[in-house]
Design a protein around this ligand. Structure first.
Ligand code: PMP
Length: 437
């Protein structure tokens, strides 16, 4: 695929080598680079082009930061206008950050009040600290399969091997044991596992934090009974229910997955697609909780030089306004997602491969395991190496997906039915080839 003359390193390879001399490992985020391609030089709608001029149909979407498609003109124009207007001012309050909060309160069912951060990690960090401060309790519960950013309170047991499922399985060295031990691990779609933890630590659990669909392990869709049960259980025990909608927010419905399932959490975190590629995070929820951030009367510190950035706010406003004005975005992406899932299901059934297409809305995953895939134990049956082989061959064919098994792929507002069908026909060839090997 490279247009470099034979015998010469590709431009991407040369960039990777020079990057590794000044950036550890050549990347600024651990999952950025796994194999080729290394660097991208342009992006437009559903397509991206790598440093060697190769074009890909993109389902990676910068881990889901793209919702409308790359370089959506409405968003980029709004960013340019913000640069020319309030610019980078962060000394007082910009009208843009107020306008953004107003929109979040209007469209998100659980949002009575909202703050802006610069990343999803900061949003979940603030949510967990707020829950601990308000309840005066030390523990939080997270689920196997849930990822909520890199900070210490949530950086464990994202998807543990069975022997470490309930042991301490940190994402990183350097985290103090007491921080890890204050995070308890439950199983998604298993209400009893949450009840057990709440019973074992009565009056000691500050919050349950969950991705309403854990897209960090593909797409475990919650049963209605599970989300409603969690709501009832947390309400009964005075535990703060946090929906981490960093991926699901704005993508699956304007009001997030909470709008889809009709269950209202106490706090909600946002990030990624909210500003269609411009850095942002957010936290919204019950006013009585959020008022603890009130610097004139509250007791929880909220600080961040770039919080409420006019540039990020402008991008988020433009994204939300575009989605509000074009509700058919959801019909379209949900239909294209279904077309992809149905197509993949038919291909693997035809070929007799033990694989399962899963997902919700415009998000799809291909598990290399017999379905249904509902929870942690089902994920353990996945043949991760088969996905890695599938990913590599799809990349070679010009289709960019997330490189790790147990992740998801994204259909944006810029994808078309023709592109889904072309992807399916490439996937059919790739899967047939894999079966032969
Ligand atoms: N929550 C979820 C559900 C995420 O997927 C991520 C990022 N993958 C985060 C939080 C952290 O967001 P950020 O990378 O912006 O810090």
């Amino acid at each position: 695929g490279s247009d470099a003359p034979a015998g010469e390193a590709s431009r991407g390879r040369r960039l990777a080598e020079s990057a590794a001399r000044v950036i550890p490992g050549g990347v600024n985020s651990a999952t950025r680079y796994i194999g080729e391609p290394y660097a991208f030089v342009s992006a437009d709608g559903a397509y991206v082009t790598d440093a060697d001029g190769r074009r890909y149909l993109d389902y990676h979407a910068a881990f889901g930061a793209m919702v409308l498609g790359h370089n959506a003109p409405v968003v980029n124009d709004a960013v340019r206008a913000a640069v020319d207007g309030p610019g980078l001012i962060g000394l007082g309050v910009s009208e843009l950050e107020v306008e953004l909060a107003r929109r979040v309160v209007e469209v998100i069912p659980s949002a009575e009040s909202a703050i802006s951060t610069m990343s999803g990690t900061e949003a979940t960090f603030q949510a967990v600290r707020l829950a601990r401060a308000v309840t005066g309790r030390p523990y939080i519960v997270k689920f196997q399969g849930g990822f909520h950013g890199s900070h210490d309170a949530v950086a464990r047991n994202v998807i543990s091997a069975p022997e470490r499922a309930y042991g301490r399985d940190p994402l990183s060295k350097g985290i103090l044991d007491p921080a890890l031990d204050a995070t308890l691990i439950a199983e998604f779609n298993d209400l009893a596992s949450v009840r057990t933890l709440l019973d074992r630590h009565p009056g000691q659990v500050a919050a349950v934090i969950m991705e309403p669909i854990p897209h960090n392990v593909g797409a475990l869709v919650p049963t209605q009974e599970f989300v409603e049960g969690l709501r009832a259980l947390t309400a009964e025990t005075g535990t703060v229910l946090i929906f981490d909608e960093v991926i699901t927010g704005f993508r699956h419905a304007l009001g997030g997955y909470q709008e889809v399932c009709g269950v209202t959490p106490d706090l909600t975190t946002f990030g990624k697609g909210m500003a269609n590629g411009v850095p942002i995070g957010g936290l919204a929820g019950r006013r009585d909780l959020m008022e603890h951030f009130n610097h004139t009367g509250g007791d929880v510190l909220l600080a961040g030089t770039f919080n409420g950035s006019p540039i990020s706010s402008a991008a988020a406003i433009a994204t939300i306004d575009h989605l509000r004005a074009n509700p058919d975005f959801y019909e379209r992406t949900h239909a294209l997602g279904q077309r992809m899932r149905d197509g993949l299901s038919a291909i693997v059934a035809d070929l007799g491969i033990d694989a399962t297409a899963a997902g919700f809305g415009g998000v799809f995953a291909l598990y290399f395991a017999k379905g249904p895939i509902r929870g942690y134990r089902d994920l353990m049956r996945n043949d991760n190496s088969a996905y890695v082989a599938f990913h590599r061959r799809m990349t070679e064919a010009g289709y960019l997906m997330l490189p790790m098994a147990l992740k998801r792929n994204h259909i944006s507002g810029a994808h078309t039915a023709e592109e889904i069908d072309a992807t399916l026909s490439a996937a059919a060839d790739v899967l047939a080839g894999m079966r032969k090997d």
